[in-house]
Design a protein around this ligand. Structure first.
Ligand code: SF4
Ligand code: SF4
Length: 338
């Protein structure tokens, strides 16, 4: 990534963070899924299928327009494997046309020099690739040996920020691979993070002693900004719950391929409202709603968004929110009668 592009991105990120600290009335980060289909079938993953079609471009554009209307700062395209979407570049262009930061999460398989240059032209600003091991096995083929050539192409041609995420837990057989992956990422000039893989319902699988040691070594190598933002991981690695306020459904949105808003990839179905019908009333209710799954949640990006508001606006359980709503309605009725 050119130095001038990097500085521009950092300035834009700083402006978005200041805006998010000043006002709680807009979405900070949305993940949007243009394609549930994936070319791989990782053993721990519940976010892909092997048959679905790409979401049509006009539908994706309308969803992006709605996210802009909700004041969204960053839109990250995820999947499935979003690089399989034939009109990915136009989706990225549309995000940028609204002044939002455009990000992408990919398994890395489809990067060629020409494809990378087209992503540069479309205005992609940030890419994350998760690499699970050094050699492919039955759990995962997101492997350094398979992807190293793609990483070299990216180092040479990409004009967007690249983060390589290595992973620990979730049945990954050689935890020491995470350190090899992180070292290679640093060598190629990328930033690096480490994630604890969640289980089927998005919650924690405790790390073994060896995994814990490797986890801390990888963290030391990584991006210092991310390390500062990911302190929740230290509790999670120790198997301890972490107290925080998950603002999914408001400051963070997950939009599935059917255009429904969900708390996150691991809590699909809540609130399950179509994005086109999503109102600030929904946004405010979800902002205030305490998420039962928060103490053992391992989803890094939602934790990072949560930091912006952890210090303000305590949350309530859904039951308390319904009770408060009923009280307000009763007061409203009394006032109307009087
Ligand atoms: S590459 Fe990503 S979306 Fe595809 S199966 Fe693996 S984890 Fe799931
Ligand atoms: S705490 Fe939030 S991000 Fe984490 S699993 Fe629950 S809803 Fe998803």
């Amino acid at each position: 990534m050119r130095k001038s592009t990097f500085l521009k991105l950092k300035l834009r990120e700083a402006a978005f963070i200041s805006r998010a600290l000043l006002s709680t009335n807009h979405v900070v980060l949305a993940h949007i899924i243009p394609m549930r289909r994936c070319n791989l079938a990782c053993g721990y993953c519940n976010e892909y299928d092997q048959t679905s079609k790409p979401v049509p471009l006009d539908v994706m554009k309308r969803r992006v327009d709605k996210l802009a209307e909700l004041g969204t700062s960053i839109v990250t395209i995820s999947g499935g494997e979003p690089m399989m979407h034939p009109e990915l570049d136009q989706i990225i262009r549309h995000i940028r046309s609204h002044g939002m930061i455009a990000g992408l999460i990919s398994n890395g398989y489809y990067f060629t020099p020409d494809r990378i240059k087209r992503l540069n032209d479309a205005g992609l600003e940030a890419l994350q690739i998760s690499i699970d091991n050094v050699n492919p096995d039955e759990v995962s083929r997101k492997s350094l040996r398979v992807l190293d050539k793609k990483l070299r192409y990216l180092a040479e041609h990409a004009d967007f920020h690249i983060n390589i995420n290595s992973v620990i837990g979730g049945g990954i057989k050689q935890p020491e691979d995470a350190l090899t992956v992180a070292k290679r990422a640093v060598e190629l000039g990328f930033s690096t993070t480490v994630g604890v893989i969640h289980d089927g319902d998005g919650t924690l699988k405790p790390l073994t002693e060896t995994e814990k040691q490797i986890f801390h070594s990888v963290k030391k190598l990584g991006n210092k900004d991310h390390a500062r933002l990911n302190w929740f991981q230290d509790s999670i690695a120790e198997g301890k719950p972490y107290e925080w306020r998950c603002r999914s459904g408001s400051r963070y949105l997950y939009i599935c391929e059917d255009g429904l808003v969900h708390w996150c990839s691991q809590q699909r179905g809540y609130p399950g409202i179509p994005l086109e019908d999503y109102t600030m009333e929904d946004f405010k209710r979800e902002y205030k709603t305490e998420k039962w799954c928060a103490p053992t949640c391992t989803i890094q990006c939602v934790h990072q968004v949560g930091i912006l508001d952890n210090w303000r606006d305590p949350q309530m359980t859904p039951v308390q929110i319904r009770r408060e709503q009923k009280q307000k309605e009763s007061v409203g009725q009394v006032l109307r009668v009087e």
